[in-house]
Design a protein around this ligand. Structure first.
Ligand code: GLN
Length: 496
C-alpha cells in the first residue's frame, strides 16, 4: 500500500480513473500512514470514518462514470477551517471542545469536488507563529532531519505546520492552509513541498477562524505545482457570505502551468538581500535566476523601497485585528469557561486560562495600538505604510511579470530554538509578509537542499489575480530544480 501514498494528486486521479485502485484503497493507505506517523503530531483530530465514507461515495461515482474533479483524493484540513460536526480548535485551549454546526466555504468546496477528509491538522494557536510551537496540542515535528548527526527535531514552519509536515511525510496528498503573513509559504519551504497563497479575496474566509481579517487567506499545500493548482481550482470562487470575497472569474490554474517562459520578465527586488542572509539562501536564489534565464526568461532588477517597514507594520496591523477578532472568546459563547466571582472575573479567568502566551502577547500589542491616543500614531500610520508597500509592488510590476525571492531567510530550525526571542521568530516572515500586506498571490516551491540536507524554497510573487503566472514560473523552477529528495522519515518507518 505504501506506493499509494507516494502518488501525486494528478497521478492518483489517473489511477482512480483507470481503476488501478479504488478511492477506498487510496484513503485506507493514507489512514494507515497517518496512524504510523502519530509521533510527528500532525493531526489534532483524525477522522478516518468520515474519510472512508467519502471514499465509498467517490467509488460509487467512479463506477457510475460521474466522478468529480478531485474525487477520492485524501487531504488534511488545517484545524482553523470550521467543519460541521467535527471539532475545530484553532489549536487553542479556548476552543478545545468547539464543534461547529456549519462548514467553512473552502472545506465545503473541497468536499463538493470529491476530496476525502483524513482529519484536522495541527497549527500554531490561532495561526500565530512561524514554527508550530504555540499549539495548545503540542508542537509538530518536521519529517526532515539534519544530516549533521545531531538527530535534532526540527520545526515544520508555521503556522500551518501540521499541513506542511503531513504532506511532506506523505500522510495526505494535499492539505489546506491559511496564510496571514507567510503561514503557507514558509512551512512549505521548511518541508520541501509547494504551497500557494492566492490573492486576498480569491478564497472565501467564511467559516475560517479569524486571525487578522484584512490579511487572512486560504491556500493549498501539495507536493507538486500541478497538485496545488488542482486544489486551488476547487477552493476559489465568489462567496456571498464573505464580503471580501472576489467576483473575479477563476481560470483553470493548470491550463497555463507548462507555458513557455520565453520573454517573461522576472524581477529581483534588491531590498530582499537582507543583512546576515546565509550564503546558501543567496546561492539558491541565484540558482533560481539561472534556471529561469535558461528557460528564456529575462531577469530584471527592481526595487521595493518600503520592504524594511513591512514586518514592523505587519506586527501592528495583525495584532490590532487579532485583538478585535479574539474579543469574541469570552467564555460565554464558545468553548472554555472558568468560574469567577462575577462576570468580569469570569471573562478574565477564562481568557487567561484559554489563550496561550503568544496569543496573549498579540492581544496586548493589538489593544495598545488601537487605544485612544496611540491609534493615530501606530495603527493609522501602519495603514499608510501598508499603502506604500502596495504601491512599491504596483511599480515593480510595471517592469516585470513576476518576482523571484527566497521564501525564508533560513532552513528549518530546531524546536525551541527561537522560542525565547519573539523578534527573532518574527524575522522568519521577512520575505513573505510584504506580499500579504499587499494582498498579492505568492507561492513557495522547493529548489534544493542546504549543506545540512534540509529543503530550501523559492518564492514567486505576481500581481493580484495573476495566480496563473505564479504557477507558470513556479513550474519553471520545479522543472529545473527536479527536487526529488524525500524526508528521512519515509525511509525509516514506512519503507518497503
Ligand atoms: N508567522 C506570522 C505570524 O506569526 C504569520 C502567521 C500566519 O501567516 N498565519 O503572524
Amino acid at each position: 500500500m505504501t506506493e499509494l501514498t507516494n502518488l501525486t494528486i494528478a497521478t492518483a486521479l489517473e489511477g482512480l480513473k483507470n481503476k488501478d485502485f479504488t478511492a477506498t484503497e487510496l484513503t485506507q493507505a493514507h489512514i494507515a500512514a497517518v496512524e504510523s506517523a502519530r509521533d510527528l503530531n500532525c493531526f489534532i483530530t483524525e477522522t478516518p470514518e468520515i474519510a472512508l465514507k467519502q471514499a465509498n461515495e467517490a467509488d460509487a461515482r467512479y463506477n457510475a462514470g460521474t466522478a468529480l474533479a478531485l474525487d477520492g483524493i485524501p487531504i488534511g484540513m488545517k484545524d482553523l477551517f470550521c467543519t460541521e460536526g467535527v471539532k475545530t480548535t484553532a489549536a487553542s485551549k479556548i476552543l478545545g471542545n468547539f464543534v461547529p454546526t456549519y462548514e467553512s466555504t473552502v472545506s465545503q468546496k473541497l468536499w463538493n469536488a470529491g476530496c476525502t477528509m483524513l482529519g484536522k491538522l495541527n497549527l500554531d494557536e490561532f495561526a500565530m507563529g512561524s514554527a508550530n510551537t504555540t499549539s495548545a496540542f503540542g508542537n509538530v515535528i518536521n519529517p526532515w532531519k539534519p544530516n549533521d548527526g545531531s538527530n535534532a527535531d526540527l520545526v515544520p514552519g508555521g503556522s500551518s505546520g501540521g499541513s506542511s509536515a503531513a504532506v511532506a511525510a506523505q500522510l495526505c496528498l494535499g492539505a489546506t492552509g491559511t496564510d496571514t503573513g507567510g503561514s503557507i509559504r514558509q512551512p512549505a519551504a521548511f518541508t520541501g513541498i509547494c504551497g500557494i497563497k492566492p490573492t486576498y479575496g480569491r478564497c472565501s474566509r467564511w467559516g475560517i477562524v479569524a486571525f487578522a481579517s484584512s490579511l487572512d487567506q486560504a491556500g493549498a499545500f501539495a507536493r507538486t505545482t500541478e497538485d496545488c493548482a488542482l486544489l486551488l481550482n476547487a477552493m476559489c470562487g465568489h462567496d456571498p457570505k464573505d464580503s471580501t470575497s472576489s467576483r473575479q472569474d477563476v481560470p483553470d490554474f493548470t491550463a497555463t502551468l507548462n507555458d513557455d517562459l520565453k520573454g517573461k520578465k522576472i524581477g529581483i527586488p534588491k531590498e530582499y538581500r537582507v543583512d546576515g542572509m546565509p550564503d546558501e539562501i543567496e546561492k539558491i536564489w541565484s540558482q533560481g535566476m539561472e534556471w529561469l534565464k535558461d528557460q528564456g526568461a529575462e531577469i530584471v532588477d527592481v526595487s521595493l523601497p518600503h520592504t524594511k517597514y513591512a514586518l514592523p507594520t505587519y506586527y501592528i496591523i495583525a495584532p490590532a485585528e487579532c485583538s478585535s477578532n479574539l474579543a469574541r472568546y469570552d467564555g460565554v459563547r464558545y468553548g472554555l469557561r472558568e468560574t469567577g466571582d462575577d462576570l468580569r472575573d469570569m471573562y478574565e479567568l477564562t481568557r487567561a486560562e484559554g489563550f496561550g502566551e503568544e496569543v496573549q502577547r498579540r492581544i496586548m500589542i493589538g489593544t495598545y495600538v488601537l487605544s485612544a491616543g496611540y491609534y493615530d500614531a501606530y495603527y493609522i500610520k501602519a495603514q499608510k505604510v501598508r499603502r506604500l508597500i502596495t504601491e512599491d509592488f504596483d511599480k515593480a510590476f510595471e517592469q516585470c511579470e513576476a518576482l523571484l525571492t527566497p521564501t525564508a531567510p533560513s532552513s528549518a530550525f530546531a524546536i525551541g530554538e527561537n522560542d525565547d526571542d519573539p523578534i527573532k521568530m518574527y524575522l522568519n516572515d521577512v520575505f513573505t509578509v510584504p506580499t500579504s500586506m499587499a494582498g498579492l498571490p505568492g507561492m513557495s516551491v522547493p529548489a534544493g537542499l542546504d549543506s545540512r540536507g534540509l529543503p530550501l524554497g523559492l518564492q514567486i510573487i505576481c500581481k493580484a489575480w495573476d495566480e496563473q503566472t505564479v504557477f507558470n514560473v513556479a513550474r519553471g523552477i520545479e522543472k529545473a530544480a527536479n527536487f526529488t529528495a524525500k524526508p528521512q522519515i519515509l525511509g525509516l518507518s514506512r519503507a518497503a
